[in-house]
Design a binder for this molecule. Structure first.
Ligand code: TXA
Ligand code: MG
Length: 322
């Protein structure tokens, strides 16, 4: 069992030592919490897969502290990817790029590409900086949940998901609630035109306006693996239904302008899409804690972050586990 650590003395130093010794450190990012391991340590990365219960051919995103670190991991970085990195890093965006030898098969799942991200959460950035100053090259970190479950957006949620699978030498860092609340936008930058593989807070419009290139829209014919393509992903225990009238006994997640019918448990009433995304996973978790069998979600309309919310909610609603 790993304890949750918050504001304890030398926490970052302790975390760096822990990573260097091959242990795991769960840490906050602005999107969701990640389960971190030294990205060059095969045994430590192997434990990430065991702790998550995740199939070993699912690649991991490597987190780095600065754009300079790109050269360690990627062989070719197209001009548009550099523009994206300059504009949106540190932030909720991951870039898929051709890998260097440092990105070994145990990180990429055998693919020739590697996923890279600079997160903006201050604790994550400090951890990455200190880890790199001590000689580290990057921290591999998937979302800190069991395979198929909801990503955690608080340290407590990490503890509930993975506490039983971590040891006393692993750490869970507490950096409060993740402000974005859903996973990073993943952009495949291996071709002449970028392609969004997983929608997120960095939207198609933001990307197109920045680089002045129209994006390829579908990820269907792409050979790279994005776990969101697996139907059992992002799922709570409750059955999730979309846009239906909530019945007495159900849970409801909808914008604050939508009233709560009698007998329905309101799990979240955000004022806008940002708040919707931020609270979505925690609201679903709360529904599970309350033992609610069915959660109705009414999506906000819009083409930006709303699309990413729709993506996650549809996956939760179509989960094979129901
Ligand atoms: O916001 C996030 O991205 C969070 C935080 C912790 O950074 N991380 C995260 O990691 O969501 P994970 O492993 O739960 O989801 C990353 C997704 C997976 O679906 C994986 O298949 C995809 O990124 N991915 C990673 N490397 C890839 C690669 N080389 N090619 C294609 N997809 C890749
Ligand atoms: Mg995940």
């Amino acid at each position: 069992m790993a304890d949750i650590s918050k504001n304890t003395p030398n926490l970052i130093q302790k975390s760096v030592l822990s990573l260097q010794s091959g242990n795991l450190v769960a840490f906050p990012t602005e999107t969701v919490y990640g389960l971190g391991a030294d990205a060059t340590n095969e045994i430590a990365v192997g434990r990430v897969y065991i702790v998550k219960g995740r199939p070993s051919d699912h690649p991991l995103i490597v987190h780095i502290s600065s754009i300079n670190g790109l050269a360690d991991w990627a062989t070719q970085v197209p001009e548009y990817a550099i523009e994206l990195a300059r504009a949106f890093w540190p932030g909720p965006m991951s870039l898929i790029l051709p890998r260097t030898k440092l990105a070994q098969d145990f990180i990429t799942g055998g693919q020739e590409n590697v996923g890279l991200r600079i997160p903006s959460h201050p604790l994550a950035l400090e951890l990455l900086r200190q880890f790199e100053l001590a000689g580290g090259k990057g921290i591999a970190a998937p979302s800190a949940n069991r395979f198929g479950a909801l990503s955690p957006t608080t340290a407590d949620a990490v503890y509930q998901e993975l506490g039983a699978y971590l040891t006393g030498s692993d750490l869970i860092l507490d950096g409060d609630q993740s402000t974005v609340g859903i996973e990073s936008t993943i952009i495949d930058c291996t071709g002449t035109i970028p392609q969004i593989l997983r929608p997120g807070a960095i939207t198609t419009k933001m990307v197109e306006e920045l680089i002045n290139i129209k994006l390829i829209q579908t990820a269907d014919d792409n050979s790279v693996r994005v776990s969101g393509h697996f139907q059992s992903h992002y799922a709570p225990k409750a059955k999730v239904v979309l846009g239906e009238n909530a019945q007495p006994g159900d849970g409801l997640i909808a914008l604050s302008s939508v009233p709560t019918p009698p007998g329905v448990t309101r799990l979240s009433s955000p004022n806008d899409a940002k708040e919707f995304a931020r609270n979505l996973y925690q609201a679903l978790r709360n529904g599970d804690h309350l033992g609610i069998g069915q959660i109705s979600i009414i999506l906000p309309n819009g083409e930006g972050l709303e699309k990413a919310i729709k993506d996650r909610v549809e996956k939760a609603a179509s989960s094979l586990r129901h």
